[in-house]
Design a protein around this ligand. Structure first.
Ligand code: DUC
Ligand code: ZN
Ligand code: ZN
Length: 485
């Protein structure tokens, strides 16, 4: 068999094995994995390197306006380029509905932003902020198009859809095999804390972290899980930032709940002390849920090791430290008026590899699972996330020995700061391929604008998860009233 591309002499990493093998690629797809593959129009030498599934970034905000109207600094070009330099082959940003907007309009808007610009394959999670009857009716068409997940919020007055709204979304999602993702923080607790801090004149960035207590996340995770269990729908808790929240996820998974979760590098690398930097420097570290402390970092690593999280995602939410982003309400705005989020799409995998694999906290197999394989499975990318014949040739070749210090200049996003600046990294992605196209090689971009494809995704697979059946629906059925979703 003749191959367009052969990757040879590398060490292939899968979730369960690490072995020497060559890979033959034709038509953008992995055609063979074998001990020795001769020929190839192009031969890529991976001697001394790790050959892994390209990263799948499942949580990032690209060309997205926040509910208060701030546009992210990255569009689908800079966002995808930055993702690729960070070892990713595919990404799934959000397509965000603003209240009153039809879903057809949301999708058309994001298609216009993504298709001409993305260098990587992409899909969207739909953010629903206004689950009106008309919007709920539109959702089956969205699933039919292969957008099989969406995010809802339990916080922010302009985004929070309330418990009944969540139940409506969860019920429709269950019917269509879609996955509901949730930002879980108790809105009323946060608003109450905000009022207390405002009354005391405490408005510097460091109070942001204190205004969103760990209990606000833990309560909301517990409530979100309860809502999902009532209708036996699948749920994905995004950006878990607390040990207590992760404990709930773990417990519920053990009980068979159809539950998935992620954490993010910033909760492992940074703490609330970073918000207490001089002047308004701390604004760069404002994200929600907020940064916590060293004990939390330890707890989150324990949960990563124990398998509580499907993935470690970046939550790349790039707002520049200027009037276009963080300071759109003024250079000394009080913390509730500073844009929430920080960049990190390029640092997610180098950080996870360096802190996790190189420091012996996780195995190479764990890294592959957390960076790619699990996201493919949970988000329905059925031809991605593994080095298997028939799958897309989405591959990242890593030099596990390369050492770098993170600098802003070496980033490829549109940001004016990196929260990871100065961190020492061991292990770096040297070549990134998407659907057989080399996108990044030895520090150079090789792909063009708009070459990435929209990928239609499959329903979430919860077949192996027992789930729950709320007893009240059973009793109603015994009364002859079938009201179960
Ligand atoms: N939630 C996110 O997922 N990202 C940025 C801000 C937020 O609230
Ligand atoms: Zn969120
Ligand atoms: Zn996010």
């Amino acid at each position: 068999m003749q191959f367009e591309t052969v990757i040879h002499d590398g060490t292939v990493v899968t979730p369960s094995e690490t072995f020497k093998a060559d890979i033959g690629i034709n038509g953008g797809v992995i055609a063979a994995v074998a001990e020795r593959i001769a020929g190839g129009e192009r031969r890529i030498d991976a001697g001394g390197r790790l050959v892994m599934p390209g990263g799948i970034e499942g949580h990032c905000h690209i060309a997205q306006e926040s509910s208060s109207g701030v546009m992210t600094a990255d569009d689908y070009y800079s966002g995808s380029v930055s993702a690729a330099f960070g070892g990713n082959s595919t990404f799934i940003p959000f397509a965000a509905q603003h209240r009153g907007q039809s879903i057809a309009d949301v999708i058309a808007t994001y298609d216009g932003r993504a298709a001409p610009n993305s260098v990587l394959d992409y899909s969207y999670h739909l953010i629903i902020s206004d689950p009106s009857p008309a919007v709920l009716e539109e959702l089956p068409g969205v699933f039919a198009r292969g957008i099989t997940s969406f995010k809802v919020f339990m916080t922010y007055d302009l985004m929070n859809i309330g418990d009944a709204g969540m139940l409506d979304i969860l019920t429709i999602a269950k019917t269509h095999g879609a996955l509901t993702m949730v930002h879980a923080e108790n809105n009323e607790m946060v608003k109450w804390m905000n009022r207390r801090f405002a009354a005391a004149g405490l408005t510097e960035p460091k109070y942001h972290a204190l205004s969103r207590p760990e209990l606000a996340e833990e309560e909301a995770i517990h409530r979100a899980v309860s809502l999902a269990k009532l209708v036996d729908a699948a749920l994905f808790i995004v950006h878990v930032s607390t040990r207590g929240g992760a404990d709930i996820v773990r417990r519920e998974k053990l009980a068979g709940t159809k539950l998935f979760a992620e954490t993010c590098p910033q909760y492992l690398a940074l703490t609330r002390d970073d918000l207490d930097r001089p002047g308004m420097e701390g604004a760069k570290y404002i994200c929600s849920p907020p940064l916590r402390d060293h004990a939390t970092q330890e707890g989150l690593w324990q949960h990563i090791r124990a398998g509580t999280f499907e993935s470690v995602s970046s939550d790349h939410a790039p707002y520049r430290a200027d009037a276009t982003g963080k300071f759109m309400n003024g250079a000394d705005a009080p913390y509730p008026k500073i844009a929430n989020g920080m960049p990190g799409i390029a640092m997610r995998l180098p950080y996870l590899f360096s802190e996790g694999v190189a420091k012996g906290k996780i195995t190479l197999g764990d890294f592959v699972r957390l960076s790619s394989t699990n996201a493919a499975r949970v988000f329905g990318l059925d031809r991605k996330g593994a080095i298997v014949p028939g799958f897309d040739a989405d591959i990242a070749i890593w030099n596990p020995e390369e050492k770098r210090t993170v600098t802003l200049e070496a980033q490829h996003d549109n940001m004016d700061y990196s929260p990871f600046e100065g961190i020492e990294i061991t292990g770096w992605p040297e070549l990134v391929m998407n659907h057989g196209r080399v996108v990044v090689e030895k520090g150079e971009l090789k792909a063009g604008r708009g070459e990435g494809r929209f990928i239609a995704r499959k329903p979430v697979d919860t077949g192996a998860m027992p789930g729950h059946r709320a007893v009240e629906f059973e009793v109603a059925a015994r009364y002859g009233q079938e009201i179960a979703p």
